[in-house]
Design a protein around this ligand. Sequence first.
Ligand SMILES: [Zn+2]
Length: 334
Amino acid sequence: MISGIAYQAGRSDKYDAELDMLPGDRVRLNIDGIWVESALSELELGSDVGGLRLQVRFPQGQLFIPDDMAKVPDALRPKRGWLKRTEDNILLVLASVVICLLFVWLGYFHGLPAATRGIVSVLPDDVPELVAEQVMTELDKTTFQSSSLTADKQAELQQRFAGLVSQLPPMPFAPKLEFRSWEMGPNAFALSNGTVVVMDSLVALSKAPEELDSIILHELGHVYHEHVMKSVVRAGLLSVAVTVMTGESSGAIDMLAGAGTLVAVTGFSRELETEADAFSAQYMMEIYGTTAPMATMFRRLASSSDSGELPQWLSTHPDIDDRIQAVENAGMTD
Ligand SMILES: [Zn+2]
């Protein structure tokens, strides 16, 4: 039995009332000694958003308002939207306000990159994983074919990859290596969850293991600096802000994955490519004591593009000569 107050249809007099749940999904209201019965499905359940209490309206017009929401069974509660869920947690609301103000402040005084960094740092942990899974699924469906590298070759490259990663600073995501093939030129991609996807044609293009390592290190530079999520967030700033505010990531994942696919295929901004080049050059020096294999690989990639497709991540930056120069300079300063 749920106690509360009730109004007769079209009347403003308030009565003490009791509501009972009956078998067969029926409810009965005792309003000042008068019994009213109705099927649960015929009740109109008012929203309790904004501090208003639950209002149960009977088809005959009576209105019942329970005293204590804690005693109201789920069947009598209106379907809850995200607004109510957010409201349930005042701390979350306050955090959202603070986060929004922070982004506005960052965006205003420090520009988009700072706002983007801020958002990336507070995104729920599962977002980069979910985005990467969807991007990979999409590319597997539309663009990639499975690798034709032998199991032995793949195992050997996996081992080299693990060896490389062990000599790098801690990564925001555990790096993973995947092999695929496609009809376009030699290439490699970084995904938001730390996965590096290497095309068979890139493996074929490299004539020494260090050459392939230099490109993998470049991709790991994207992973280290979280370039994928930063680019994806920048492309969908608004919907990500909503994700952060409501704590609900599922709605924005599709949109982020769309942006993620675009980023994977079209490459990063010039600034981020330079950052990834610098990461690769730094660790080529630390691990091999030279950046020469990296410059060689850049030249190979540039000339492979003469004979057909331009590798996407170079095509967005026609100044490959500048990049080779920068890599060689990085090798000489140490
Ligand atoms: Zn890159």
